[in-house]
Design a protein around this ligand. Sequence first.
Ligand SMILES: [Zn+2]
Ligand SMILES: [Zn+2]
Length: 179
Amino acid sequence: MEHVIEAATSGRAKCRGCGQRIDKGSLRFGEQVENPYNDGVTTLWFHPTCGAFKRPEPFLEAAEKMTEREGADTPDGFDALTAAAQRGLEHRRLARLDSAEAAASGRASCRHCRERIDKGALRIRLVWFEAGRFEPSGFLHLTCAAPYCGATDVLPRIRQFTTGLSDEAWAKVEQALAG
Ligand SMILES: [Zn+2]
Ligand SMILES: [Zn+2]
């Protein structure tokens, strides 16, 4: 599979990691996956940060190729992205973190502590990557995110994928994850 990091040639693709558009000319990460429908391959596009967080293994492959190609001319912040992807290999569950949201019901249990998550409480969505797509894979209490992942640097990842929360609610997320 030929994973790639390159400048986006159009502004039409949406990032598979966060669902937001990838601007034309900005850097994008492409993961090649097998396409079961036509026996060919499909490229899944990501913002580099979203790819480093959610698809660390193919991201690092693409990053290595880019470093070979560009030498020292890799873009600003590139080392931080490869470091984030490395963390994802060391702590595999980090790549499952998605957005923070308010619980729509009180039925789900936390994947870490197994206790119920109250309706309306802020929780973290988990995703599971399989067959070229991210599937929902349960929820965590905010304070269960770090122990579940076995790593404390969870906040930047959740921030990257959270778009639908008020400033007030996000402040609560930050407070819970900082403590
Ligand atoms: Zn993204
Ligand atoms: Zn919990």
